[in-house]
Design a binder for this molecule. Structure first.
Ligand SMILES: [Zn+2]
Length: 280
């Protein structure tokens, strides 16, 4: 069963510049309109084109990275979350540099950029699928499921024992407005004990107080945007990774201690279930 409206794209191209969180290298993204049924496609400097779906995920180590042939796009989840949640069906993401700009570590700058571009309706119908039966994946101490429901809603729970974050949970119906207000501003974080290891490994070269916060045993490295910013950021990451299923759906998604790896596995499972269903 599917509900239909019309597909959308961006009304005009928009560009954002910055530095990559992991590489520290200059990075820029141009979001450009695209025709109906083209979906979200990432064009890299090497000339490669990568469809933004789970088939092209090459790494989920601290960020979600898509790759195809020699083209690679690192850290795309915040941008993809904003496009998906704000109802942009078709867009071309032109990437300069190896990853997306870190911005302030949240999806708020992307949400603002998309709002600035505006949306344009296309003639082609949009299909919104219903989750017909539970789809779930399990990991080490974690699980995620998509269940039948009338609307798209997320429930996310995390637990960081021995840290200020402790146990947190968030539930919301995912609309563009609620995404922009309640999830998009939540910034990237890391646990204090991971922080030194990250620096030593050469990752997070572009990381700093302006685009991430550190969760300590007894507090945080700076002021928070929400008391439960940690779980809200995990929900934001989940939205971006879920978008890699490559279609729109209504259903209740529940994720307990999610990771990029687990999220992408759920997106893949939804993708497989859908293509199995369409072969019937
Ligand atoms: Zn993130």
């Amino acid at each position: 069963m599917a509900r239909s409206a019309r597909q959308t794209t961006l009304a005009r191209p928009v560009t954002k510049e910055g530095i990559g969180l992991h590489s520290g290298a200059p990075a820029a993204v141009t979001l450009a309109p695209a025709e109906a049924d083209s979906g979200i496609v990432i064009a890299t400097e090497s000339g490669g084109e990568i469809p933004a779906n789970a088939d092209w995920v090459v790494s989920t180590e601290r960020a979600t990275t898509l790759g195809r042939d020699h083209a690679e796009a690192r850290g795309v989840e915040h941008l993809l979350a904003a496009l998906w949640a704000m109802g942009v069906d078709n867009a071309r993401i032109v990437l300069r540099g190896p990853e997306t700009p870190a911005c302030d570590g949240s999806a708020r700058p992307w949400a603002e950029l998309i709002a600035r571009a505006g949306r344009r309706r296309l003639a082609a119908p949009r299909t919104v699928h219903r989750i017909a039966e539970p789809v779930w994946v399990t990991g080490k101490g974690s699980w995620a499921a998509a269940l039948p429901a009338e609307r798209l809603a997320l429930a996310v729970a995390v637990e960081y024992p021995g840290s200020a974050a402790g146990a947190q949970a968030v539930w919301l119906e995912l609309t563009g407005a609620r995404f922009a207000a309640e999830l998009a501003p939540a910034r990237t974080f890391c646990l204090e004990r991971e922080y030194q290891a990250l620096l030593a490994s050469g990752l997070a070269k572009g990381g700093g107080a302006e685009n991430a916060f550190v969760v300590k045993e007894d507090g945080y490295s700076g002021e928070l945007r929400f008391p439960d910013e940690v779980v809200r950021h995990k929900a934001l990451d989940l939205v971006g990774d879920l978008s890699l299923c490559g279609f729109r759906f209504v259903g209740q998604v529940i994720a307990v201690r999610p990771s990029h790896h687990l999220n992408v596995r759920l997106a893949s499972a939804l993708r497989e279930r859908r293509s199995a269903g369409s072969r019937k």
